[in-house]
Structure formats: structure tokens, C-alpha cells
Design a protein around this ligand. Sequence first.
Ligand code: BDP
Length: 730
Amino acid sequence: MKFLPLLALAALGLTAAARADDGYDLWLRYHPLEKPLAARYAPAATEVVSAAHSATADVTRAELVKGLSGLLAKKVAVGESVHQAGAVLFGTPENSATIKNLNLPLGQLGPEGYLIRSAVVGGKKLTVIAGNSDVGVLYGAYRFLKLIQTHEAIDKLDIASAPKVKLRLLNHWDNLDATIERGYAGSSIFKWWELPEHVSPRMVDYARANASIGINGTVLINVNASSLVLTQEYLQKAAALADTFRPYGIKVYLVARFSAPIEIGGLKTADPLDPQVREWWKHKADEIYHYIPDFGGFLIKANSEGQPGPGDYGRTHAEGANMFAEALAPHGGVVMWRAFVYSHEVPDDRIKQAYNEFKPLDGKFLPNVILQVKNGPLDFQPREPFSALFGATPATNTGLEVQITKEYLGFNTHLVYLGTMWQELLGSDTFAKGPGSTVAKVIDGSMFGYKQTMMAGVSNIGSDRNWSGSIFDQANWYAFGRLAWDPEAKADVIASDWVKQTFTSNPAFLKPVTALMMGSRETAVDYMTPLGLAHQMGTSGHYGPGPWVDSAGRADWNPVYYNRADKSGIGFERGPSGSNAVAQYFPPLSTIWAKPETTPENLLLWFHHVPWNYAMKSGRPLWDELVGRYDQGVANVDAMAAEWLNLKPYVDDERFALTADYLTIQKRDARLWRDASIAYFQSVSGLPLPAGVKKPPHSLGFYEQLEWPYAPGQGAPGRKIKPPPVEVAQ
Ligand code: BDP
């Protein structure tokens, strides 16, 4: 069929419009607008004009031409100076005399901001996309294209935007053997084996997608790292990726395994106070910058889940981090030191440990260190309160890590939009400096004047054609970028922008789908871990329910550690009579969360152990409420799936079918979560099911013996979460 003429293809119904869409183009589809709309935009997009010719200016030009010619289904002229009304002129005051003469207020925009203005120059109406740097202009170009994709007016534009957070990074948990820890979208897109000779063209599309949402850095490998990535061979491979990403404003970062001086350097120790070790890292940094002159820096997981670290030598996290910081500082690099630390030896409540470890070290880190703190004090659960470290470290740059990949939220097959979860987090008031001290204001640096600001998202990207394993998981990548640019952006606006660009702006589709996304996270909370429960997932894979599990390697990996369900009640007591984790928060939270009566019900069992007959606001006893939440979760997923079926007329067959099938899986899983959880908690509470509630179809024993040994995302075979040290001679 290779040579069939277009007409014949049309007869077979296989023209571009009718063809199935595999989702590869993400939110950058640039499909032709309907004719009347295209006619409306055409006069304002006659030609793309710029005299700039840097690598970034070239990709900006290419993107504008691709976008405009796709959307408007016409050829768009390209030139160095304005010839016609309706030109789209882009550049900086340095490379465009017209932009310089317009005297635009670029001062407030910083190096990455942009301005889009409708202007009249020499009697011709045009649109100007300007910034202080080529990358700022590139971001502006993507915004301009988005305006058309989302059907906004473009005739009287006056838009200024600048990122509030400096480092907006993806953290890939990709291994060098192409497996991905907690990846549910295939294998790694970074084909280390083929680098540096072959750089897959997909790397360009990856960079385009990231740049379109303002992501400006990527950590290429797993936090549970192999030292091998720091050898010359792999640095050359990383350099090939850095060269590809550079025009898009994206810097490359690597994970530094603390014990690398031993494993690949032949030293006897990795003690951060040992002069030879410090020298080794300095040389290593020099070597890296030789290959990657704009290398971003290191991300480090130390003394966490078996990873080596300064604690192995009796040194503090600050002493460890500062060693790397000194090595990177001459080159302008940063160290992102993860606060995800909890110890085997410490008998204290797991969720208190990171704060206890790092709070005393506040102010002891060098200025190019950023403490990278997970959103909650535990581990990416469907719902947690914000980590008490936000607001507690005024003298230490503190950045945020969220998980885009849905390790604890049903992998790629459950439709769960995370924009609402992150909005809840970023909008949470820490009260660090009184009311209004939101997490957003901590991490954007405005609260404490941090010199370095950072938001990182654990990537959900893999080799699947649709990148994220499902169409709706693309929205989580998209939302992450938007929120890293502006942590105060609204989840519903982001969802609706994504739907418009990814599917359609037709209100008959847009409204229900945005609503479905907005409710989806709460629905997952309801069928998995309602009322503040956390970490009820089965061991290892973290997919299905396992509230009964008490046999994992350490106490705080067990669901029973977190639910504490017994005859007397359920929940983890973290008020003053329990672990007193509430004391790590600022007043009034420390008082509000100290008592069950004043604790919001969505965090009740996180903070308190309450009796099964505890009176809830609904008037129902806790047991009935808990069961009701599981049922609500199941009902909501059923409604989501039914709603999707109604929307078939608006979606191409391929994306429709994939989403419909995944919702069927989600319906099955939501029931399993509901049935297994109710069966277990009933075995503990000994209470009858509330009237009218369906009995789980199987006995508890049935659910307890379920296993998912081949659940994806567990990393290289045999490596799981603790890779053995790599021993390679340099
Ligand atoms: C946990 C993951 C584990 C990661 C760890 C981390 O299960 O695979 O290595 O987080 O963030 O949630 O280091």
C-alpha cells in the first residue's frame, strides 16, 4: 500500500484526520484547525521573522513554522525582516533592531521570561515574541502556539511571563541497562548502549516537549545509581544527549553515587573529609565539565535505603553535600541532596526522621546545595500532609520533589490527574512566617530569599509510543512543567489547556473530561487509602492492596505499621500522646492536627488512632464512613468509565480505545482495593458491614494470597531498590 495515491487513501478512510492517533505528538499536535478558525488566525500569522541564528533561534523558527503551518494548514513564509502585515517577529534586543527600538519592558523577565505583544511597526501590524535570551524567546514561541491551539484571541496581545522557580527538572529513574525503576511506559528512552554515535531522533521530540512546558533540566539516571555513569565512556554518552538538549534550554544532570571514588576511582575510602576523596571529586567535576561545559550538577541519594553516604564515615549530610558543592562551584554546578532519609537503627516514627536529620543542619550547607524534599514526609502516597521540612529550613535552599510516575497511584493504567494533588500541596500553608506561608512561597524562594530554587518531578516517560504509558498520564508530565514554572497556577486551568491541545476544545468534550480529571485523584484516594491511610500497597511492586502485610524487610515498609488497625480502632497516633510528629509543624497546625476533633477528616488516620465508632462529621461512625469511602471510590471509577464511553464521537479510535480499556482495568482494580481492604479491616474490627453494603466476594485469605511478582517498574532484575555496588576500573 506504500505507493497508493492520496485519493485512494482517502477512499479507504485513512487520511490524516481519520487515522488513529497513537499519542506520540503529546500536546504539540498542531493538527489543522477547522476552516473558520484557521481563517481567523491566518492574517496574524503570515510569516515568521527573525534575524537570529543561534541553535536556539533555529529551533524556535522551526517550531513556529511547524506549528503555524500545521494549525493553519498553509505555507508560512520565513524571513529575516518583516515583509507583510501579520508577521510573527521573534528575538532579543541584541539580535533584533526592531525589538530593541520597541523598548519593551524586558527588565523584570529575567533570563528565561518572555513577552508577547501585538505591535505596529512601519505601519504593519505584527506580533512580537521577545525575551532577554534565546531560550526565553523559545518559551514565548511555545506560548504563542498554545494560544492558537487553545483558540485564544491573538490580535491584542500583551503577555509577560517568567518562571518563578529556577531549576525545573525531570528526575529519570532510568538505569543504564534501560530498565526504569518505577517506570510504567516501557524501557528507557535514553539508549545508552547506542550513544554517543547514535542519538535517537526521539531525543529531539523529548526536548521539544519539555521546552514547551518550561522544563530546563533533566537528571538522566536513577537515584539508586551506578557509578559507571561517571566513567569517561558514559560521560561521552551523556555529552551527546546534552548537545542535543542544549538548543532547547535543557541542561543535563547526573546522579553521583557516594562510593564512586572506591568503585571507579580505586580509592580505599569515600570519606568526605578525606583530602584524596575531595581531590578525586574535584577532578571528576573538571572531567565532566570538559565533556559537558554547561553540566547542571549532581543529584545525590545518600544513606537512604541502603545507599552509601557520609554517615558510613560518621560524617553529616552537610559534610557530604558540601564536598560535592566545592567540586562543582567553580563550574557553576549545583548539588541536589535528597532529604528522603530514614534509618534502620532509628526506632522513631518513620515520617519524623527526615526532619530530625536535616532541621539541625539548617544553614550548614554551601550556597550551591539544594535540599530536595519529597512532597510529603512519607513517600509519594495518594494523600499525605506536606513535609514538615517546608518552612523549617530558612537558611538552606529547599526544593521540592514530586513523583509524576504513579508508583503508588495505580501505575499507568489508572486515570489519576496529579495536578490537583500538587495544587493541594503547593497551596498548603506552612505558617512558617505566619498565615500565607505556602509551600509554593517556600520553594519559589520568595519566603526566605533562597538563592537556588528547584522543583523536580520523577519522570513518567518511557519508550512507549505515547511516552507516558497512557494518554492521560501525559497530562501529569504537562501539569508538572506548568506548576514548576508557576507553583501558583491552577490545576483546572492546566487540565483544560491540556485537554484542548491534546484532544479538542469542543465544550461537549472539554467540560466533562476536565471534570473527570479534576475528581480523579480524590477517587483514587477513596478506593486505595481513604481518610488519611497511607502505604497500604503490597510490598515491592506497590500496585495492589496489602493492608495486612507485616512481613516486609523492615517494620516501616509494612502496611500494618501505617494503619495500626486493631480491635480498638485504626490510624497512626501522631499527636502528643503518640509519636508527636505534629510538633514538627508550625502553630497553629501543631495544635489543630494534635486532636482528632480538629484534624481534617482527609488526614484523620494519618494523625490519629481513633476508635471504630468515632463519630464522623457525616454523622456516621468511622467504620461506616471508611466502608462508604471505598464504595464511593468504586462508584466514581464506574462513572468515569461510563462518561468516557459517551465521548467516543470526539476522540480518534486509538486513543479512545486505549483509555476505555484502561478504565476497565481501573474499575477492576478499584473493586479489588475496596474488597480486599474491607475484608481485612473487618477481620480486625469484627464489626458487621453497614446495612446495604455488599460483602466482598471472597474471603480475606483469597486476597492475602494474591501476588504481582511481575508488576512492571521494579528496575533491573535482581536489583529492585538496592543495586549492588558496581566495580569498574577506570
Ligand atoms: C520509593 C521507591 C523506590 C525509590 C525511593 C526513592 O519505591 O524505588 O528508590 O522511593 O525515592 O518510593 O529513593
